[in-house]
Design a protein around this ligand. Structure first.
Ligand code: SAH
Length: 357
C-alpha cells in the first residue's frame, strides 16, 4: 500500500481513522508520529497521547471537521461509503480496500518486480537506524521482523504494511530458518516490496547470509543494509571503548550460544590480556564462559561487564570480574538481550559512562 509513499504533510492537521481492521490503530499511530492530531473510531485503543480513541462510527460532522479521513474498517461496504462521502465533500481520503481511490497518486509504479531488503535495525534506539533503513521500512509492503526489533522501531514502519513475525523458537531452529528463507521468496514473488528486518547488523550472528542465499538461488533482487551491531551499541552506550591504545589493541565478537550444553570456542585465542572479547548470546553460558577463560589462562581479575538491553530505556550494566560476575548476575534479575564484554577496557566505564536512562 502506498500511504507512506505520499508526500502529504499531516503535521498539525486533524485526521480521522474509522477503524476496525488490524491496521487501523497502526495507521492512527503513524499519523500521530508525524505530528497529526488523530481521532480513531473503533474498539481498539493505544497509549499514544496524540490519538484520541472513541468507540462507534464517525458522524458526518466528525468527517467534515477532519482534514484527512482513513477508511480502515474490516467492513468493505462501510469503507466504500466513507470514501464516497469524502469524495462528495472533498476531504482527503484513503481506504485500505481501495488504495487506488486514495486522494493522491501512488509514487511507485505497481508493475515493479518484487524485491527484498535485508535491513539491520540496530540494537534498539530508533535514532541508531540508518537513513536508508528508515526509508525502506517506511516504503515496505511487507515487513518480516524478529523478536529483537524494538517497539519504537516498529512504530516507524509503514503502518499499512503487512507485518509477519519471524521469531524463532530455540528448539526448532533449522526448520524455521528454512521456512523464513522460503517465505521471503514467496512474498517477493507476489510481487511485493519486502523488508526483512533484523536486530543489529544482519551479517553478524544474524543468519542474514542464509536468507539472501535462497533469494539469490531464485534470482530475486535484494540489497543488504548494515545496522549498528549490538556490540557497538552496547559498548558506546555503556561507556566502554572496545579498543584503546593502552588497554586493548584488538577486539573479537564471539557467540556464547550453547550447543548440547557446550560452548564451541577456541578459548586459547581469547585469553590474550590485550584483547577485548564481546560475547553475543552469552547469558545462559555466562558461568561456563568465565570459568573457561580463567582455565585457559586469562587473569581471574580481568574486568567484565554484562550490558542488558543496550541503548534502550531499560539499559542496565552489571560490572565485575571473570571471578565474580556470574554471582553478581545471578543476584540481580537480568532481562535479555544482554551482551558480555570482557577486558581491561571495562574499567574505563567509571570515567566514560554517560547514558543514564
Ligand atoms: N545481528 C545482531 C545479533 C543477533 S544475536 C547484531 O548484530 O546485533 C542476538 C544477541 O545479540 C542477543 O542474544 C544479545 O546477546 C545481543 N543483543 C542484541 N541486541 C542487544 C541489546 N540491545 N543489548 C544487549 N545485547 C543485545
Amino acid at each position: 500500500m502506498q500511504l507512506l509513499h505520499t508526500p502529504l504533510r499531516v503535521t498539525g492537521r486533524h485526521c480521522l481513522v474509522a477503524g476496525g481492521s488490524p491496521q487501523s490503530i497502526r495507521l492512527a499511530e503513524w499519523l500521530a508520529l508525524h505530528g497529526a492530531s488523530v481521532t480513531h473510531f473503533g474498539n481498539e485503543t493505544t497509549g499514544h497521547t496524540a490519538v484520541h480513541c472513541q468507540t462507534g462510527t464517525p458522524t458526518a460532522s466528525d468527517i467534515d471537521s477532519s482534514w484527512l479521513v482513513i477508511a480502515a474498517s474490516d467492513d468493505k461496504n462501510a469503507n466504500k461509503e466513507l470514501l464516497e462521502h469524502c469524495e462528495r465533500t472533498a476531504r482527503f481520503c484513503y481506504s485500505i480496500d481501495h488504495p487506488e481511490h486514495a486522494s493522491w497518486l501512488p509514487t511507485r509504479p505497481d508493475a515493479e518486480p518484487g524485491r527484498v531488503a535485508l535491513v539491520g535495525a540496530g540494537p534498539g534506539d530508533p535514532e541508531l537506524l540508518t537513513l536508508r533503513a528508515l526509508r525502506l521500512i517506511q516504503q515496505a509492503d511487507v515487513i518480516v521482523y524478529d523478536r529483537l526489533v524494538s517497539k519504537p522501531i516498529m512504530a516507524r514502519c509503514n503502518p499499512a504494511a503487512e507485518f509477519i513475525y519471524a521469531g524463532k523458537a530455540k528448539s526448532k531452529h533449522t526448520l524455521q530458518q528454512e521456512s523464513i528463507n522460503n517465505l521471503l521468496v514467496t512474498l517477493a514473488q507476489r510481487p511485493a516490496n519486502v523488508v526483512r528486518l533484523k536486530g543489529g547488523d544482519p551479517f553478524i550472528f544474524g543468519r542474514g547470509g542464509e536468507e539472501i542465499e535462497t533469494l539469490a538461488d531464485h534470482r530475486i533482487p535484494f540489497q543488504v543494509v548494515p545496522g549498528v551491531t549490538a556490540a557497538s551499541g552496547c559498548a558506546a552506550f555503556a561507556g566502554i571503548p572496545l579498543t584503546h591504545r593502552d588497554y586493548a589493541q584488538s577486539c573479537v565478537f564471539v557467540t556464547g550460544h550453547l550447543q548440547n550444553g557446550e560452548i564451541n570456542l577456541n578459548w586459547r585465542e581469547l585469553v590474550s590480556p590485550q584483547l577485548t572479547v564481546v560475547v553475543y548470546m552469552g547469558l545462559t553460558g555466562l558461568e561456563k564462559i568465565c570459568a573457561a577463560m580463567i582455565e585457559h589462562g586469562r587473569s581471574a581479575d580481568t574486568p567484565a561487564a554484562l550490558v542488558q538491553q543496550g541503548t534502550q530505556p531499560a539499559q542496565r550494566v552489571l560490572e565485575g570480574t571473570l571471578t565474580d560476575l556470574p554471582a553478581i548476575v545471578a543476584a540481580n534479575e537480568v532481562s535479555p538481550p544482554t551482551m558480555l564484554i570482557i577486558g581491561h577496557v571495562v574499567t574505563l566505564r567509571k570515567k566514560l559512562g554517560w547514558f543514564n536512562p
